[in-house]
Design a protein around this ligand. Structure first.
Ligand code: SF4
Ligand code: SF4
Length: 291
């Protein structure tokens, strides 16, 4: 493996502005205007504990930091998530500005905010929107009204639905509704406790089939001991500006601070230490694959 003077992998340095160098998953903040019962943050770490990590940097600070990343490495794919990214102050403005250099940018949202305005000012060739349907907060009809809006404006992106055990008997109905609009939900296994059972391990085979969760999901997420590019070509940007290798490592895998002018990614892949890798955050999506 060869390195440049800066110690960067030479073979990974693309011509700036063309090829993708890597992927940043940007966890904007631990805050959401919804409180879904099945939310990952509802139990576990918990909203109340995590919100202490939120820091609200200005638009100028964000644009400057993303520019620095571009100057150091080149273009990144960004997966923006939360909480709810659209309630982060200045989020739309930040995305509008940084998408001139970093793209594609995929934003995971509960679709509760004004997508009409946002989709008027950003480029669907650079931005995709993954909308999640949350039955506790809106009807399927309301949700598909928003899907129709973003599709009309030519925005791509998947539609997410959590296979919460309480709603399992509705998943087929929701999928049927989606099919009527030539859409399909990406069904995400619930992670948490329901009626004292730990999920996703407590789904029966029949429930997995009904929800359309692939049974090999449990095999695919097992990556412990394999070499992974997390921290090298991909990273998780946390709400306080710290950068972790990935969401599974979280605060135990900090590699630096995004706002530090000397921030650099790691140089060498390391073996995965986690039992489960459900989000494959080390995967770098090309434009054509990004959903
Ligand atoms: S919309 Fe998403 S982030 Fe917000 S509470 Fe529901 S699952 Fe959690
Ligand atoms: S959990 Fe993190 S370190 Fe392990 S394979 Fe997934 S991205 Fe890599």
């Amino acid at each position: 493996m060869s390195y440049s003077e800066k110690g960067l992998k030479e073979e990974k340095m693309p011509e700036r502005g063309t090829a993708i160098y890597g992927r940043i998953t940007w966890l904007t903040h631990f805050a959401c205007n919804y409180r879904c019962t099945y939310c990952f943050y509802h139990e576990g770490c918990g909203w109340e504990i995590l919100k202490a990590q939120n820091r609200y940097f200005s638009v100028a600070q964000w644009v400057d930091a993303w520019q620095r990343l571009y100057d150091t490495y080149g273009r990144f794919v960004i997966i923006a998530t939360g909480g709810e990214p659209f309630i982060y102050p200045g989020f739309e403005n930040i995305i509008q500005q940084i998408s001139s250099q970093h793209y594609p940018i995929n934003i995971s949202t509960n679709a509760s905010q004004d997508l009409e305005r946002f989709t008027d000012v950003v480029d669907p060739e650079r931005i995709t929107l993954s909308l999640s349907f949350h039955p506790q907060f809106e009807s399927i009809e309301e949700f598909f009204g928003k899907v129709a809006l973003v599709r009309r404006k030519k925005f791509q992106g998947c539609l997410n639905l959590v296979a919460y055990p309480l709603y399992l008997n509705k998943v087929e109905y929701y999928q049927g509704y989606a099919r009527a609009s030539s859409e399909q939900f990406k069904v995400i296994p619930f992670r948490g406790i329901y009626r004292q059972n730990a999920y996703p391990w407590s789904y029966s085979d029949e429930e997995l089939e009904r929800a359309g969760i692939e049974t090999d999901w449990f095999v695919k997420v097992r990556r412990k001991g394999t070499y992974c590019q997390a921290g090298v070509q991909s990273a998780l940007l946390l709400p306080d500006g710290q950068v972790a290798k990935c969401g599974q490592m979280f605060y135990s895998g900090i590699i630096g601070n995004f706002f530090d002018r000397e921030f650099r990614l790691r140089h060498e892949a390391a073996q995965c230490e986690r039992e489960m890798c459900p989000c494959a955050e080390d995967k770098i999506f090309g434009e054509a694959e990004l959903v």
